[in-house]
Ligand binder design. Structure first.
Ligand SMILES: [Zn+2]
Length: 416
């Protein structure tokens, strides 16, 4: 399958998967459909296990691709976690099974997936809002959180679960990583690990700016545990598959080392009495040998986000800046600084910083003028320009889309 639907061609999607939209057979019986999120499956014994069902948008594509290599019934559908790009394509699998006269497949997941679905239903508007921004409009408005999104698991487990696939053992293991409800699937006979978003061909996405708490330390521990088993294949949640014991061991071990490095450095600083704001300003990054690894590029998550995740896990919401305990409003701060130096000097300074390529500083100054007067057209345009420049130079897909989205909102406001 080589076609890519229009909605997947958005330049906003991360460019980490050259096989996007295609089926890859790693060896007979082990294959993966590369969607935005991947669908891994193992077959050849008369029945099939499918790990993740992709999104509402991509589920039917995944089924069509799978059916090019196997007609076997789906014995099990396993969710690696309850995110919409992994667990919302299920309807297409059920429909296919019933159409073929097969038994309805059993949907397995870790017990906390159901609580996640309930939270998504409770906060549907917020989920739509942030996902539309995060994915740069690549998903249709209702593509992730529409009214029929949730196919609840039929069967759940807490810590580990052993399944039987026509006599072949399959292990489900609970992990805390990108989510609290994660499952990684181990098929010992094939030495195959299907790991969901524990591996995504990028710096792990711990510390996503708009999502709930993630679990950096447990994530590293899980990758180390998988490495100990000596997998020959890793089928990840996004991006290319890894094959060969040596490469699999390296990807697992070095990814664990990278996030452990940041975790330990943040904890050391917290224990030394540093405030969150001090730790953020320290700009902690991973050692150069790790930063050079293709599977640790900061194209989805990035070091700065991991730092935030670890701080949030162990500390409260306060940055440590006295002015931020009960902060003055942005309008008050903007008015006060404008009163001191004048609006024109602020706009001129922001523009000079932008022209010098100091984009973070330029934005911080430009925001003052905008906060003082939210209908100042020049300030709106300048903020948008700076954000567009930041988006153009940003490697993290998530940060890039938020910058571009913020710029778009300002341009819309200026046009009104
Ligand atoms: Zn995902």
């Amino acid at each position: 399958m080589s076609s890519t639907p229009n909605s997947m061609q958005s330049s906003n999607l991360p460019g980490f998967d050259p096989l996007m939209g295609q089926l890859e057979v790693l060896e007979p019986g082990i294959a993966m459909f590369h969607g935005f999120a991947n669908v891994a499956f193992a077959y050849g014994r008369g029945e099939m296990i499918v790990v993740d069902t992709s999104s509402q948008l991509m589920g039917a594509m995944a089924v069509r691709a799978i059916r090019e290599v196997s007609e076997e019934p789906f014995a099990f559908l396993v969710y690696t976690h309850g995110h919409g790009d992994h667990a919302f394509g299920t309807e297409a699998f059920i429909t296919d099974a019933l159409k073929r006269g097969h038994a309805r497949p059993k949907i397995w997941a870790q017990a906390d997936v159901a609580a996640r679905f309930k939270r998504y239903a409770l906060t549907r508007g917020w989920q739509r809002h942030i996902n539309r921004l995060q994915f740069g409009g690549a998903f249709a408005a209702d593509g992730l959180f529409g009214p029929n999104s949730f196919s609840y698991p039929d069967l759940v487990y807490r810590d580990e679960q052993f399944l039987d696939l026509v006599g072949e053992p399959v292990e489900l293991h609970h992990a805390m990583g990108e989510t609290d409800d994660a499952t990684w699937v181990w098929m010992p006979t094939r030495r195959l690990a299907m790991v969901g978003d524990l591996i995504v061909s990028s710096m792990p996405n711990t510390g996503n700016p708009n999502k709930v708490q993630r679990y950096t330390l447990e994530w590293a521990q899980t990758l180390e545990a998988i490495a100990k088993l000596g997998p020959r294949y890793i089928l990840p949640g996004h991006g290319p598959a890894y094959r060969g014991e040596q490469l699999c061991g390296e990807v697992l071990g070095e990814t664990a080392r990278a996030i452990r490095f940041i975790h330990d450095e943040v904890v050391r600083r917290l224990n030394a009495g540093e405030w969150p704001v001090d730790i953020i300003e320290a700009d902690i990054s991973i050692p150069a040998d790790l930063a050079a690894k293709p599977y640790l590029r900061p194209i989805y998550g990035c070091s700065a986000f991991v730092v935030r995740d670890v701080i949030r896990r162990y500390a409260g919401w306060w940055s440590g800046e006295p002015s931020q305990m009960f902060p003055a409003t942005r309008k008050e701060r903007g008015d006060d600084i404008v009163a001191i130096c004048g609006r024109d000097a602020i706009v001129a300074k922001a523009r000079a910083l932008k022209d010098a390529g100091q984009l973070r500083r330029a934005l911080a100054v430009a925001e003052i003028a905008l906060n003082a007067n939210p209908s100042d057209h020049e300030a709106i345009g300048l903020n948008a320009e700076i954000l567009e420049a930041m988006a153009a130079g940003e490697r993290s897909f998530i940060a890039r889309n938020f910058f571009a989205g913020a710029a778009r909102q300002l341009r819309d406001r200026a046009a009104r």
